[in-house]
Design a protein around this ligand. Structure first.
Ligand SMILES: C[S@@+](CC[C@H](N)C(=O)[O-])C[C@H]1O[C@@H](n2cnc3c(N)ncnc32)[C@H](O)[C@@H]1O
Length: 240
């Protein structure tokens, strides 16, 4: 099976559960239940629970799974005049390091301090410990938030979007699944797809899109994408 076919087969597997959700195994869940986000994601990182063959951020951050985004990101940055990126969360930042950013200023951030320390030791780039749901976010033209909100409870997703709306970043590029018809809640550290255009988020139509995995040839399944929004359009998110 070729790399693209493997990525599609894995994505399809994730959609077999009726809620499209993936849960932490019971023996791990009991160590993180009721803990804050930093403890949950620190535990996941230290125990390599996302089992990435190449990346501790999980197989969604492997070379094959990031091919479309690596190919299309430079064009999107040019189209929207992006000169600075806040990559939050960055995970191990490995896939983005192979994208030619051509003088674009880069700051990576993650809630897990071991991830940040390791990235600092490994690369010459700048990294800070940041919690996207509540920390004061450094200004940037683009906040890239890939594969993060899908691991947070709905209340924290709303908290993150409100925090981003308060920031001095101009654009948000974040994971969303078009064609998904409802959003379900999860405990921190599990996974489920989110359609940010559906309740309770109700974001407008994205300005631009990078399609990562399109399963429409297989069946009526959600399409994994990065959507681009102007952050000023997030001000009313989650308000009745
Ligand atoms: C699946 S990885 C994705 C990393 C990266 N965006 C990528 O595409 O490879 C999810 C990351 O989100 C981080 N994370 C979870 N909650 C966070 C939060 N509230 N603020 C910042 N980082 C968070 C985790 O520590 C983990 O490194």
């Amino acid at each position: 099976m070729g790399e693209d076919a493997k990525v599609r087969a894995r994505a399809r597997q994730r959609f077999e559960d009726e809620n499209y959700a993936e849960t932490l195994a019971h023996q791990h869940r009991q160590h993180v239940v009721g803990k804050d986000l930093e403890s949950v994601f620190g535990y996941i990182y230290r125990h390599n629970l996302w089992e990435g063959g190449e990346s501790a951020a999980g197989e969604g951050s492997d070379r094959a799974a990031t091919r479309n985004v690596r190919d299309q990101l430079p064009g999107l940055l040019r189209r929207w005049g992006v000169r600075s990126i806040l990559d939050l969360p960055c995970g191990d930042s490995a896939w983005l390091a192979s994208v030619p950013l051509d003088g674009v200023d880069y700051l990576g951030g993650d809630i897990v301090d071991e991830i940040v320390a390791r990235n600092r030791g490994r690369t010459g780039a700048r990294f800070d410990v940041l919690d996207i749901t509540k920390d004061d976010l450094p200004a940037a033209d683009l906040l890239l938030c890939r594969d993060c909100l899908v691991h947070l409870p709905t209340s924290d997703v709303l908290g993150a979007l409100a925090n981003i709306a308060r920031s001095r970043c101009k654009y948000l590029l974040t994971t969303t699944f078009s064609r998904l018809t409802r959003n379900v809640d999860i405990p921190a550290g599990d996974w489920r797809p989110l359609n940010l255009r559906m309740p309770p988020f109700g974001l407008p139509e994205p300005l631009d899109t990078i399609v990562e995995v399109d399963l429409s040839a297989i069946g009526d399944l959600p399409v994994k994408a990065l959507g681009l929004w102007e952050i000023s359009s997030l001000r009313d998110v989650g308000k009745p």
